[in-house]
Design a protein around this ligand. Structure first.
Ligand code: SF4
Ligand code: SF4
Length: 445
């Protein structure tokens, strides 16, 4: 550790012994991950993080929770073991990067930053699982992880008037800028993201309709490419710099002030990682729709009504905090305010919410790896995690069912897919929807 880092560690005030899951480190204890990359050294092996780790809860493997992984890191740093030691690759990738351990760590270790760096270091030393290699090639070649031709990115807009108009505006804006005769400025741009553009088009359609219903004249970015989130989370950070530069320059060139997202993964990646990787401010505002819409509705004194139910007979919904919107971005209240604004919808809470919400099991790029790179999962060492993902999502669904809600609502496409799958598999009566799908059926007045 450098002198500054040692001083930093010395200056840290802990929050004292936490009751597991009840206390969080003080914000001032958290720090820029770049300033203390060997943060694992501060781990005191207290084990508080073990009680909140959903992966450990299922595997009971000492290498699967934050403290255990920190022990591995120490042994690697001290050259006591090598990457090829049995179980280490599992430990590196069998983590959702959900950040629950970070919330309870009494010494404020930024576990997510430590484990992402662990992945990056491992990959740089040649530990690249085959599936990740395929993902990496796809993103490099096609600018999306789904093996789709890049020119089909906006095919989903066909037949959706709101989306077709936004794409047309985006193309005209780009042409006018490139020809040196910009005619019109737009305040709002919608960054769709690969998963909504190529797989969950219903979310992109719903969001486009909502923005138009609110009379927001928004544009798409016709040259949008993958934000790099999945590559980044899985340790391929060094491979996404060109994506980061492309998307940032593209948005800057468009001149929009506000960029809205329906995908929590894209949103947190552009908000947190882009400025860090570029080492500069982006120069535009970023909002998830779960935050942008309640703000817009309040600012314009609007009301929202869900037409299919009434105030007297509301649909009961419970809200699942996505890790990338909640623990990563600290956006807990706006989506709840939004749900509570809707006449005909009533919010009931689960036991584990906000910063102690339980991960759906799809984070850390794991779901994308298993869902889309469908080869030899069962025989791969990473295959163990497949069972883990199934258990995690069923667990989260069970908690939602206990609320007697009719719908489980989230604001992340990965959470929706994973929880939807769990509901289907277990023939649950609970419907899993994205927040945009409720708003699509609402009237703004
Ligand atoms: S980030 Fe989540 S899954 Fe990973 S070790 Fe921490 S609590 Fe467990
Ligand atoms: S990571 Fe934090 S909570 Fe977990 S064992 Fe280490 S010091 Fe304790």
């Amino acid at each position: 550790m450098s002198k500054e880092e040692k001083q930093y560690v010395k200056n840290i005030n802990t929050t004292g012994p936490p009751g597991s899951g009840l206390f969080s480190p003080q914000q001032e204890n958290l720090h820029d991950p770049l300033t203390l990359t060997d943060d694992f050294e501060r781990c005191i092996q207290c084990g508080y993080c073990r009680s909140v780790c959903r992966v450990y809860d299922i595997t009971y493997n000492e290498m699967d929770y934050a403290g255990g992984r920190n022990r591995i890191l120490k042994s690697l740093a001290n050259k006591e073991i090598k990457f090829d030691k049995e179980g280490i690759v599992d430990s590196i990738f069998r983590c959702m990067l959900c950040g629950n351990c970070r919330e309870v760590c009494p010494v404020g270790i930024d576990t997510v930053a430590v484990f992402q760096k662990f992945r990056k270091d491992a990959i740089n030393q040649g530990v690249l699982p085959k599936k990740l290699g395929i993902l990496d090639e796809r993103v490099a070649k096609l600018r999306n992880p789904y093996n789709e031709p890049p020119e089909t990115r906006f095919n989903w807009t066909k037949g959706c008037g709101a989306a077709e108009r936004a794409l047309q505006r985006g193309k005209e804006l780009l042409n006018s800028i490139r020809s040196g005769t910009p005619t019109k400025k737009y305040k709002v741009g919608y960054f769709v993201g690969c998963t909504s553009a190529f797989r969950n088009t219903e979310l992109a359609i719903a969001t486009s309709k909502i923005l138009e219903a609110l009379k927001i004249e928004f544009v798409f970015f016709p040259e949008e490419i993958c934000c790099g989130s999945v590559s980044y989370r899985t340790g391929l950070e060094d491979h996404i710099l060109d994506l980061v530069q492309h998307n940032t320059e593209m948005i800057r060139e468009s001149g929009v002030e506000d960029v809205v997202f329906s995908c929590s993964g894209c949103f947190s990646t552009l908000s947190l990682e882009y400025p860090r990787l570029l080492k500069e401010k982006l120069g535009f505002n970023l909002y998830h729709i779960a935050e942008y819409i309640p703000k817009f509705v309040n600012d314009h004194n609007l009301k929202i009504k869900y037409g299919k139910r009434t105030k007297e007979d509301p649909v009961l919904v419970t809200y699942h905090d996505p890790c990338h919107l909640g623990r990563y971005m600290s956006i807990y209240d706006p989506p709840r305010e939004l749900i509570n604004m809707i006449e005909g919808v009533k919010l009931v809470e689960m036991k584990h919410i906000k910063n102690m919400s339980r991960c759906c099991g799809a984070g850390g790029g794991v779901k994308t790896l298993y869902g889309e790179l469908a080869t030899t999962v069962a025989t791969n060492r990473l295959g163990e995690s497949t069972n883990c993902v199934e258990e995690l999502r069923k667990d989260r669904l069970k908690e939602a069912e206990e609320t007697n809600a009719e719908w489980m609502v989230s604001s992340c496409v990965f959470c929706k897919n994973n929880l939807y799958q769990a509901a289907n598999e277990s023939k649950s009566a609970l419907s899993v929807v994205d927040i945009s799908e409720i708003l699509e059926d609402c009237e703004f007045y």
